[in-house]
Design a protein around this ligand. Structure first.
Ligand SMILES: [Fe+2]
Length: 499
């Protein structure tokens, strides 16, 4: 009899073991049991499989609406990766969508050109996944594609997908899918996008751009700045648990025989390819320009400005002039260490090799705190909300993308979604990573009180008051929403990368 290594949730407890049969029980926020969710959509008809999970309001919503275009588009703005979407000013040459193809799907618009002129078209391009070798899981070759997605902002202010091409190179075996195609042609196209999203998000957006960067900043801090240095006092609370969680992640998730390498489409060789590419494109400006999309950008900017004000006040208290910055050898060693070991001495990254001015120093330190707190929360905390329903965020896919239209059905979808043990491990990891630590310290709280002088202590109190007011405004805005956006509520943003 076949057995499965699975991870099972029971209340707040999580444990793993080897079983011949696995049962899933998904429990909604109102306590309703929904065992039927599992078998018809996850491809487990022949194997029983039970989780006991308390769903969040967002996950409840995702379970009910996961096939809808509105939710699919919404996540590019409010999901765990709001960084990849761009306003489309010109269609890429390798994405040959025409007006004739798309006319029936354009919401209240006459042509693509008109919509581009009005600024209503958006593009998502997973080109960095192109050519990545997909994993082999349970002895079976998996699929990982590099899709392109065109989205339209509709007159009622929704973001709706209007065309999807699953591979980068256009051709007869790479059809462009539209919402007017059959239900399963269109749904399968969206499933392949969501799987690409998972793999890109996990390695590039979450691991590299928050966890690993924060580790670079923390190690450089511990190596170069003494405990009495004002920058050490300012930054060390924002490094709490970062080395610990990264060490655990490397041992338990990203080492060759562990979860990500074993169960994700991008595990193994693909993981190294994606990370190498992402490092080579990593730029300083991308760490503080935040997002091209107004709503997410505006919320980020408010928090960025609060952090900036704190940093400017503290740094300004200790550094009276640019020459103070230039002559601080410990500070200069810190940034040099970051430049050499974090950005591999790449001048084209835009990361400074040294600091010449107070302004430069303030901006960099603001980015360090922002990356470890707000940015990490934005890309980390919603993983289970949007990934806890397996068909919505498959961590791997077993069949290649469709090469013709009219071939997809519920049966091919079930054959494409991952195996039961793959799914179980993906859900377990996302659940764990989205939990709040038991000794969580929110943004702006400094229980260790490194500063004793009046000026920095006053600045910290002002920072805390601004964060509290902002938190109340976020709660008020969320109260009327079907899917609340809580990831940047300062009360729920951790001070450091700790999980
Ligand atoms: Fe994280």
């Amino acid at each position: 009899m076949m057995s499965y290594l699975v991870t099972v949730f029971s209340g707040d407890r999580l444990w793993s073991g080897t079983f011949n049969r696995v049962y899933i029980k998904l429990v909604g926020t109102n306590g309703e049991s929904a065992r039927q969710w599992a078998s018809p959509v996850c491809g487990f008809q022949t194997k029983e499989y039970q989780f006991i999970i308390k769903c969040s309001t967002s996950l409840d919503y995702v379970k009910q609406h996961w096939k809808e275009d509105t939710l699919f588009g919404y996540q590019f703005l409010n999901g765990v990766n709001p960084m990849i979407i761009r306003r489309c000013s010109q269609l890429p040459e390798n994405f040959p969508v025409t007006d004739d193809m798309i006319r029936a799907s354009l919401h209240g618009a006459s042509s693509l050109t008109d919509e581009i002129k009005k600024g209503n078209l958006y593009l998502v391009d997973y080109k960095q996944l192109d050519g990545v070798t997909a994993n082999v899981i349970n002895g079976k070759q998996q699929s990982l594609t590099a899709p392109l997605i065109l989205l339209q902002k509709t007159p009622d202010n929704k973001l709706i997908p209007i065309a999807i091409q699953l591979k980068q190179k256009p051709g007869e075996d790479n059809p462009i899918f539209f919402p007017t195609d059959s239900e399963y042609d269109w749904l399968m196209a969206k499933i392949f996008v969501r799987s690409a999203h998972f793999n890109e998000h996990k390695l590039k957006v979450h691991l590299l751009r928050t966890h690993l960067l924060s580790e670079v900043f923390a190690v450089a801090l511990l190596r170069n700045l003494p405990m009495v240095h004002p920058l050490y006092k300012l930054l060390v609370p924002h490094t709490r648990y970062t080395l610990q969680i990264n060490t655990l992640a490397m041992e338990m998730e990203f080492s060759l025989r562990q979860e990500h390498c074993t169960y994700s489409a991008s595990g193994g060789e693909g993981m190294l390819t994606i990370l190498r590419r992402a490092v080579s494109y990593l730029s300083y400006s991308s760490l503080w320009t935040i997002s091209p999309i107004p709503l997410f950008r505006n919320v980020c900017m408010l928090l960025w400005d609060m952090i900036h004000k704190l940093v400017q006040g503290v740094i300004g208290h200790y550094y009276n002039s640019d020459s103070d910055v230039q002559q601080d050898s410990e500070l200069q060693n810190w940034i040099k260490d970051i430049f050499i070991h974090g950005f591999l001495s790449r001048f084209n990254s835009g990361v400074p090799e040294s600091f010449d001015t107070v302004v430069e120093l303030v901006k960099f330190v603001t980015m360090v705190i922002f990356t470890g707190s707000v940015q990490h929360s934005a890309v980390n905390s919603g993983q289970f909300d949007y990934g806890g329903w397996p068909p919505h965020t498959p961590i791997s896919l077993r069949l290649p993308p469709p090469t013709t239209k009219g071939q997809s059905s519920e049966s091919t979808m079930l054959q494409t979604l991952p195996d039961v043990n793959t799914t179980a491990n993906g859900m377990a990891t996302m659940w764990l990573l989205s939990k709040q630590s038991t000794d969580f310290v929110p943004l702006g709280e400094y229980p260790d009180e490194h500063f004793s002088e009046d000026a920095p202590c006053t600045l910290i109190k002002e920072f805390q008051a601004e964060l509290k007011a902002f938190s109340e405004s976020v709660k008020a805005r969320n109260s009327g929403l079907d899917v609340p956006y809580t990831y940047m509520d300062p009360e729920l943003v951790e001070n450091s990368v700790a999980l």
